[in-house]
Write a protein that binds this ligand. Structure first.
Ligand SMILES: CC(C)(COP(=O)(O)OP(=O)(O)OC[C@H]1O[C@@H](n2cnc3c(N)ncnc32)[C@H](O)[C@@H]1OP(=O)(O)O)[C@@H](O)C(=O)NCCC(=O)NCCS
Length: 204
């Protein structure tokens, strides 16, 4: 469970270029436009294609409910200089009641790819996941052909060289691998030289 601190929508995280904040109703238009990209839906387990405004609305409501209940922390990404805009999402969620495994999901709108933004967002998300909950691992379903996702996870300290095949939660997508980082791996990476967790070149 996540603590009271994250269960109110005043909670937000600031990174070098981003705000990670609770999604809200006003995000539905940006969400529908950006997450409606088939290239994004194909790589994730939780987005359908085509994506309608009602689907985006359900996603926003569901994310807020998860946050209120402390079952996860699902946040919208906004540029620091435009906090009202949504450019992507990143979130962790406990798989089931009493579980110590968090499932990580993330996507970024295509116009924002290639700048290391998701690297920045996921470092903050994973730090929050381990610091604020009692999770023992963070797992991320990853399509074997998702090179961008693999690079991002690897830079965040995930050992994604080899993985075990994960069941597809939605039962409708191509097979996904299960990439995971344990609390002890995260602690080791965080307490070692900063270089142990690689940075995107733009974040230096
Ligand atoms: C995965 C994703 C979040 C990456 O975000 P990002 O901020 O653009 O990531 P980065 O800027 O660090 O770039 C990723 C790296 O992958 C590379 N890359 C991107 N597409 C690639 C492809 N098709 N094949 C090989 N490499 C690719 C980029 O060149 C970059 O490499 P570099 O930093 O060594 O130059 C974004 O591509 C996305 O939203 N994809 C669809 C959703 C998704 O895959 N979610 C993950 C599963 S839930």
């Amino acid at each position: 469970m996540f603590p009271d601190l994250t269960r109110d929508d005043v909670f937000r995280i600031e990174t070098r270029r981003l705000w990670l904040r609770w999604p809200r109703a006003a995000d539905v238009a940006d969400f529908t436009r950006l997450a409606g990209d088939k290239a994004i839906a194909d790589m994730t387990t939780c987005l359908s294609h085509p994506l309608h405004a009602a689907d985006a609305e359900d996603f926003v409501i569901g994310s807020r409910k998860t946050n209120v209940q402390g079952h996860g922390l699902v946040l919208a990404l906004s540029p620091r200089d435009d906090p009202a805009a949504l450019i992507g999402m990143a979130g962790v969620m406990f798989q089931e009641e009493g579980s110590r495994d968090l499932i990580l999901g993330y996507w970024l709108g295509r116009p924002y790819w290639g700048q290391g933004l998701m690297n920045e967002a996921l470092e903050a998300t994973i730090d929050m996941a381990f610091l604020l909950s009692r999770a023992e691992s963070v797992r991320s379903p990853l399509r074997p052909d998702n090179e961008a996702g693999r690079k991002v996870l690897s830079r965040c300290g995930f050992p994604v060289g080899e993985g075990t095949r994960a069941p597809d939660p939605a039962g409708r997508k191509a097979r996904f691998m299960d990439a995971a980082i344990s609390r002890s791996d995260w602690l080791a990476a965080r307490s070692a030289e900063p270089a142990r967790i690689a940075r995107h070149p733009s974040a230096v």
